[in-house]
Write a protein that binds this ligand. Structure first.
Ligand SMILES: *[C@@H]1O[C@H](CO)[C@@H](O)[C@H](O)[C@H]1NC(C)=O
Ligand SMILES: *[C@@H]1O[C@H](CO)[C@@H](O)[C@H](O)[C@H]1NC(C)=O
Ligand SMILES: *[C@@H]1O[C@H](CO)[C@@H](O)[C@H](O)[C@H]1NC(C)=O
Ligand SMILES: *[C@@H]1O[C@H](CO)[C@@H](O)[C@H](O)[C@H]1NC(C)=O
Length: 457
C-alpha cells in the first residue's frame, strides 16, 4: 500500500511540481493499527532479546514494569461518554459506519485491568523465568513490589503466576510489598505537587489534528455537535473497547477484535492520535516536563542500592521506613521486579537518560522522531536492567569486570552516556563503575529539583 502510494507520488510529483511526502524509516513503514495507540497500545517487543556477549554471565536483574491493558480512567471516561452520547443524539446517520451506534450501549467500567492486560503480564513473567531461570533458587526468588492501585497489584500477581507457571510451579514468587499511593511511593507520580501537566500542549495539538475529524463526524451525524475533545475520547475508545474485547489467550501478533469505533478514522488520523500520546508523555514526566525527571530519582536510587548491595541513599520519594528494613527492601536477592504506571516509567527513563530526544513540536510531528510511545510505553512495558560479570583478557591475563546493560521493550539501550559501544555483541554494555558515575542527577537527589516540587509559587 505504502509502496504503491510511493510509486504514484513518484509519477505525479514532477507533473504537480510538489515535493514527495517524507520517507519513513523501515520500522514504521507498515501501518499496524494497534501500534498507533501510543500508551494504549498492547505490549509488543520492538526487537528480539539479544543474549549477553560471550564470556559474560548475568548476575542481577531489575525489572520495572508498567501495568497491563486496562479500562479508561474516570477522567478519560468523561470525554469518551460525551463523544458517544453526542453521536447517539443524532437523529440519523449519513454514513453507514455509524449505524452500529443504533444499538450500541457503552458499558466499560473504570480503571481495571482487562484480561488482555493479565495475559500479557502473565506471559511477561513466563518469559522472565525462561530467560533467567539459572539465577533462581528456592532461597532466592524474585523480590516483587507493586504500587498500590488495583490494576498494578493485579499485574504483579499475574506476572508472578506466569513466572511460577514457567517453572512448573517449582518457584512461586509472591508479591512482597504493596506501596501505599497516598504516601511516599517511588512507583507512583503523585509525590511532586508542582510538577508539570501536559494539558496545554495536548490541547494545542488536538486543535490542529482533530478539526477535520470533528467536521467529518458532525457531517455524518447531523446535530451531534461534537467538539475536538470528543474526538480524542472516541479515538481512545477504539483502543479501550478493543483491548477490553479480547476474551481469548491472545499471543503477540494475533488479530485483535477491533472495535467498530476504529473504522471511523483513517491511518493518518491514528498516526496523529499516537502523536498526542507522545506529546502527553514528553511534556509530563518526559524531557519536556518541568520536574518530571526528579520523579524518577526515587526508583533510580533504589536501583543503585540493589546494584551495589548497599542501603538506599535517597532524599526524594523513597519510603525510608520500608527501605531500611531487609524484609521490605532486601539487598541480597538476584531478581527484583517492580510494578508501576507509565508516568513513573517515563520519569525513570528520563532520570537515567534513556530515549533522549529533541523538543516535540505541538503543531507538527517529526516523522523521524525517536520518541514514540507506541514503542517505548505500551501497556505492560518493561525496562530490564541486567548486571553482568564478564571475563576479559588483558595482556594474556583473564580478569573479571562488571557491566550494565538496559533493555526497554527488548530494545538494547545505547547507553552512550557511560561509554557503551554502538555496534557488535558488546553494544549497549557499560562498565559498572562508569554507569554508576553517570547517574549523578539521581545520586544528587535531583540537584535541587525535589525541593522545587514543594515551593510555594
Ligand atoms: C490474573 O489474576 C487474576 C487474579 O488475580 C486471575 O483471576 C486471572 O485468571 C489471572 N489471569 C491470568 C492470565 O493469569
Ligand atoms: C537474605 O538475607 C536474609 C536475612 O538475613 C536471609 O534470611 C535470606 O536467606 C537471604 N537470602 C539470600 C538469597 O541470600
Ligand atoms: C511508608 O510505608 C508505611 C507502610 O506502608 C506507611 O505506613 C508510611 O506512611 C509510609 N511513609 C511515608 C512517608 O510515606
Ligand atoms: C516524603 O519524604 C520527604 C523527604 O524524604 C518528606 O519531606 C515528605 O513529607 C514525605 N511525603 C509524605 C507524603 O510523607
Amino acid at each position: 500500500m505504502i509502496q504503491a502510494l510511493g510509486a504514484i507520488w513518484a509519477a505525479l510529483s514532477p507533473l504537480l511540481n510538489i515535493a514527495s511526502p517524507p520517507s519513513f524509516s523501515p520500522a514504521h513503514d507498515q501501518f499496524v493499527l494497534e501500534k498507533s495507540w501510543g500508551v494504549y497500545s498492547p505490549f509488543h517487543a520492538v526487537e528480539e532479546y539479544v543474549p549477553p556477549p560471550p564470556g559474560c554471565k548475568i548476575s542481577q536483574v531489575n525489572i520495572l514494569h508498567r501495568h497491563g491493558a486496562r479500562l479508561p480512567t474516570e477522567t478519560q471516561s468523561v470525554d469518551i461518554i460525551s463523544g458517544v452520547t453526542k453521536l447517539q443524539s443524532a437523529e440519523t446517520y449519513t454514513d453507514s459506519r455509524l449505524d452500529f451506534l443504533n444499538d450500541f450501549e457503552y458499558s466499560l467500567d473504570d480503571n481495571l485491568l482487562v484480561p488482555l492486560g493479565a495475559i500479557q503480564s502473565f506471559r511477561s513473567g513466563k518469559t522472565a523465568f525462561d530467560r533467567y531461570s539459572s539465577l533462581v533458587s528456592k532461597e532466592d526468588l524474585p523480590f516483587v513490589r507493586a504500587s498500590g492501585m488495583s490494576r498494578v497489584v493485579e499485574t504483579a500477581k499475574n506476572w508472578s503466576a506466569g513466572f511460577a507457571a514457567g517453572s512448573h510451579h517449582k518457584y512461586t514468587p509472591r508479591l512482597a510489598v504493596i506501596l501505599n499511593e497516598e504516601g511516599n511511593d517511588t512507583l507512583q507520580d503523585n509525590n511532586c505537587p508542582n510538577a508539570a501537566s501536559s494539558h496545554r500542549e495536548m490541547a494545542q495539538w488536538l486543535d490542529i489534528y482533530a478539526q477535520p475529524i470533528t467536521a467529518r463526524l458532525n457531517s455524518w451525524a447531523p446535530g451531534a455537535d461534537l467538539a475536538n475533545e470528543d474526538i480524542h475520547g472516541l479515538m481512545m475508545l477504539c483502543a479501550f473497547h478493543t483491548v477490553a474485547s479480547v476474551t481469548y489467550d491472545y499471543e503477540e501478533g494475533d488479530p485483535l477484535p477491533f472495535s467498530p469505533f476504529c473504522s471511523l478514522f483513517t491511518e493518518s488520523e491514528f498516526k496523529d492520535f499516537q502523536y498526542s500520546s507522545d506529546i502527553d508523555k514528553y511534556y509530563s514526566t518526559g524531557y519536556g516536563g518541568r520536574l518530571g525527571r526528579v520523579q524518577g530519582v526515587g526508583y533510580t536510587n533504589e536501583l543503585l542500592a540493589r546494584l551495589t548491595r548497599s542501603p538506599v541513599k535517597d532524599h526524594t520519594s523513597t519510603n525510608v521506613t520500608l527501605n531500611s528494613d531487609p524484609a521490605t527492601f532486601p539487598l541480597n536477592r538476584t531478581i527484583y521486579v517492580d510494578f508501576t504506571h507509565d508516568s513513573i516509567l517515563i520519569a525513570v527513563y528520563h532520570a537515567l537518560g534513556l530515549f533522549p530526544t529533541h523538543k516535540l513540536d505541538t503543531t507538527q510531528p517529526d516523522p523521524e522522531r525517536s520518541w514514540r510511545t507506541s514503542d517505548i510505553m505500551t501497556f505492560s512495558s518493561r525496562m530490564v536492567v541486567e548486571k553482568l560479570s564478564c571475563d576479559t583478557s588483558a595482556r594474556g591475563r583473564i580478569k573479571s569486570q562488571s557491566y550494565i546493560r538496559i533493555m526497554a521493550n527488548e530494545m538494547v539501550q545505547p547507553l552512550a552516556f557511560c561509554g557503551a559501544k554502538d555496534k557488535g555483541p558488546w553494544r549497549g554494555m557499560c562498565k559498572f563503575e562508569a554507569f554508576l558515575k553517570s547517574q549523578k542527577y539521581a545520586r544528587k537527589n535531583g540537584k535541587g529539583d525535589w525541593e522545587k516540587c514543594f515551593l510555594e509559587e
